[in-house]
Design a protein around this ligand. Sequence first.
Ligand SMILES: Cc1cc2nc3c(=O)[nH]c(=O)nc-3n(C[C@H](O)[C@H](O)[C@H](O)COP(=O)(O)OP(=O)(O)OC[C@H]3O[C@@H](n4cnc5c(N)ncnc54)[C@H](O)[C@@H]3O)c2cc1C
Length: 330
Amino acid sequence: MPYIRFEGKSHECRDDESVLDCLIRHGITITSSCRSGVCQTCLMRATEGQVPEAAQQGLKETLRARNYFLACVCKPKGDLGVACPDAMASTRTQVTVLAKEILDGNIVRLRLGCPIPLDYRPGQFLHLHRVDGLVRSYSIASLPQSEEAIELHVRHLPGGRMSGWINDTLRPGDTVEVSQPAGQCFYLPGQPEQGLLLIGTGSGLAPLWGITRDALAQGHSGSIHLYHGSHGPDGLYLVQELRALAQRHPNFRYTPCVSGPNVPEGYAAGRAEDIAFSQLPKLAGWRVFLCGHPGMVAKARKKAFLSGASMKDIYADPFVIAPDTNQSAA
Ligand SMILES: Cc1cc2nc3c(=O)[nH]c(=O)nc-3n(C[C@H](O)[C@H](O)[C@H](O)COP(=O)(O)OP(=O)(O)OC[C@H]3O[C@@H](n4cnc5c(N)ncnc54)[C@H](O)[C@@H]3O)c2cc1C
């Protein structure tokens, strides 16, 4: 009989018993509703062992790749370690600031060292915890397969509590705590010829820089179009690096976009999402990634769908700013 490991304890699972029923039988409360694999209320994540295919039916590909499954229809054949998604996010790891660099666009690039490698995909986000309880989310720009440090791009907002502290006070050698990475905005291999459209504003480039390089590193052969927008050219960053990347990869096209009045040569005039959809009006079969300003993300999500992209192929991370009264990130 298989064993289910949950929060440090192992529980025997009867033949033909689901993970949900097994945990409930052992007095553990797991939120569930339909109990037939439809409502996805009992979503859990396997931390060890093999999840049966039937327990992942109907889940988005990105969730399947991260070993998420539905506990109510999961009848394990072997031992399984499981966790609630919330518990995964609340597990914290202490990391050390290895390097801090000020880039264009008021962006602070942080490189963080982790004693045990974090399990993540470029484009996911983590929560950064300050010792006084202030918490904010930041997207991951690095590639775990080739870069040891975790790279974050933090835009310094005037009066911003976390970004101001990161810009002014945090130093190499300091330690901070981060949560387990979460989110579904990342590249999945399997359809190398699919067109990829990525649109970001400001520090919304962080996940897109990670996703683009990840797709290229994994041999994506279809077109990859990245549009990065800002009001002025000084709000854009990594411009030279992205131009150099486009020179090395003929299937990658980078368009820096300036929506304000002074548009230098080599930059497109207008909002990133408007330029992207005017150049790529037909998106049936494309995968779309949208990150940054919540207004841009909402507008572009709708436009991508109306241009033919399937909802399941649209991945979006709006960088919601926490209200003044609330210290935690959205
Ligand atoms: C999933 C997710 C991923 C994210 N990833 C990133 C990331 O990779 N990089 C990143 O920099 N941020 C990212 N964010 C935003 C980040 O979590 C913080 O909200 C941001 O850094 C501001 O936090 P703060 O404590 O510095 O500012 P706060 O103290 O929370 O707020 C500062 C004040 O600035 C004002 N303000 C709001 N928007 C703006 C603006 N656009 N310009 C100027 N002032 C403004 C508001 O009045 C706000 O009250 C992400 C958010 C989410 C939800």
